[in-house]
Design a binder for this molecule. Structure first.
Ligand SMILES: Cc1cc2nc3c(=O)[nH]c(=O)nc-3n(C[C@H](O)[C@H](O)[C@H](O)COP(=O)(O)O)c2cc1C
Length: 311
């Protein structure tokens, strides 16, 4: 039988061979290709994708800070927005969590479906559980997509958060917080507000920036399809009929419509292993095993450790 080690070894070799030809294009610089539309922000959109609330918390603070500067702000989760309706804006900020060292695919899809931005200043932020989560490159990926839509890059930031990657919660050494402080917190929000100010000043000065992804091992590993690999260690992803109350939360949060509430099944082929279902079920009704251990969801983890977000 193939061991985990031999499987990983084989996969790294195959992945490396496949990734090498694509490397040069991934490290080209991210810069404006059109002039900036305006130096005065009257209307902004701050949109995020958030599975367990960290990115949303930062997005709300950012939106509020912009509003304090007399800017009209449209804000919310990208799932509540029709990309075609995002128009007549002078600034677009997109936030996302880092998943598997990258930006979730559906965030990229959302950006691809936006209309031509025609020089609208754009900024990106990510939240990450890290400490080293490839956060800079992930934020660059958002900007890259926005620039391909003719946005003009003016800023990028990342905010450390409590990790919602549940696979390791049952390991004591992996307690996700230090001194029971869960992030984002007061200090994170100060950083978010500074970022909002920075973006505004950059636009007023008509200053756009050039970014380049760092060549890191973590970035390199994104070429290997980390989700697919992680799936290899996941078993029995299903809904426990006796526990399910039929609230529909998992079905609603699943970005790939992989949950069938009628027969309590999960389509593991289409599932992208975002853990949205496991992390958000209030009834411990979503079952998943990783390396033969039951995965403890994010909300259950918080409850179990009596942890609460301060803000
Ligand atoms: C499926 C999954 C994969 C993740 N992968 C990473 C990662 O590669 N690097 C990292 O720093 N954090 C990772 N995290 C942690 C999240 O990026 C972090 O907790 C984030 O703040 C969650 O944002 P949200 O609450 O807005 O969904 C991962 C979380 C999940 C659920």
């Amino acid at each position: 039988m193939e061991t985990r080690r031999s499987f990983l070894k084989k996969s790294v070799l195959i992945g490396t061979a496949a990734a090498i030809p694509t490397l040069p294009s991934c490290y080209s610089s991210i810069h404006a290709t059109v002039p900036m539309k305006t130096k005065s922000i009257k209307k902004a959109a701050v949109l995020w994708y958030s599975q367990t609330g960290n990115t949303m918390r930062c997005g709300k603070v950012l939106a509020k800070k912009l509003k304090e500067n007399e800017i009209e702000v449209v804000s919310g989760d990208i799932r509540d927005f029709d990309a075609a309706s995002i128009k007549d804006i002078d600034l677009l900020v997109i936030g996302a969590p880092v998943f598997y060292y990258d930006v979730p695919e559906y965030v990229k899809k959302f950006i691809k479906s936006l209309p031509n931005l025609k020089g609208v200043p754009v900024a990106a932020y990510v939240t990450f559980g890290g400490p080293e989560g490839n956060q800079y490159n992930a934020a660059c990926s958002i900007l890259e997509e926005l620039v391909s839509k003719k946005g003009v890059p003016v800023g990028l930031s990342s905010f450390q958060s409590i990790s919602s990657f549940s696979m390791t919660y049952d390991k004591e050494k992996d307690l996700r917080t230090k001194d029971n402080t869960i992030l984002p917190d007061r200090n994170t929000y100060k950083k978010v507000k500074k970022f909002a100010d920075f973006i505004k000043i950059e636009v007023e000065n008509g200053k756009n920036s050039t970014y380049k992804k760092s060549l890191t091992l973590r970035e390199f590993s994104t070429f290997f399809g980390l989700t697919w690999w992680t799936k290899k260690f996941v078993d029995n992803h299903s809904i426990i009929r006796e526990r399910c109350v039929g609230c529909g939360k998992c079905e609603e949060i699943c970005p790939t419509k992989s949950i069938n509430p009628d027969n309590y099944t999960v389509n593991t082929n289409t599932c992208v292993l975002c853990l949205g279902c496991v992390n958000n079920c209030d009834y411990q009704a979503v079952h998943m095993e990783y390396s033969d251990k039951r995965v403890v969801g994010f909300n259950d983890y918080l409850k179990k450790n009596k942890l609460q977000f301060e803000y």
